[in-house]
Design a protein around this ligand. Sequence first.
Ligand code: PMT
Length: 216
Amino acid sequence: MRFLVTAGPTREFLDPVRFLSNPSTGKMGFAVARAARAAGHDVTLVAGPVALRTPLGVRRIDVVSARDMLAAVEREDFDCLVATAAVADWRPARCAAAKLKKRAMADTLRLVRNPDILKTVAAKFAHVRRRKVFIGFAAETGEPSAEAARKCREKGLDLVVANDVTAAGSGFGTATNRVTFVHADGRIERLPLLTKAAVARRIVRFASQTAAAAHR
Ligand code: PMT
């Protein structure tokens, strides 16, 4: 299968020296890319600004902003999209060409919505007969499965991997993750605390099984 994986944060600049972002390190997404490659798949990784080495045999495209990430994803063909990236939902309404002087800056920042990459791309393929597999993540603070089920429905996904990013050993920057698989049919699978590599292997197995079932 051709896997397309998004990873890391995005940066939304308001001038050449300031941006909005989040603490994603890319570990979860790189683990998915590595696991998919190890299972013999063809893998492209679209990565926001992170300090990780590209897994062996994986093709990597570096991007900065949410709009760059959407453009990169839209250029690629794939059988399974795994969206682990922590995409900034908002960006400054304008980005100044030169560094803003503190005295010239307003106390409030006007923001505009960024495109939802996963929703946009999943909607494009919603009516294809032999559908592609779409897997999203849900980063929540607190019990994540209700929000994840909503995201699964709204974005038309096969699976949402929900994580409580405030739980110990879970979420941003950790080597482990405690996730809940929320399936399109409403089934909920709570997994124990696992390494991100082990979570990634389960995601890749789910994708292969879903694709195989669709082609039977
Ligand atoms: O990178 P690490 O340090 O290893 O941390 C891992 C992680 C915490 C970033 C990861 O496990 C995780 O939860 N990723 C999703 C973070 C997120 O942005 O969640 P969300 O609930 O805001 O978004 C839901 C889904 O829509 C995600 O699949 C996201 O990639 C996608 N999305 C969101 C917004 C947007 N504009 N475009 C999107 O495609």
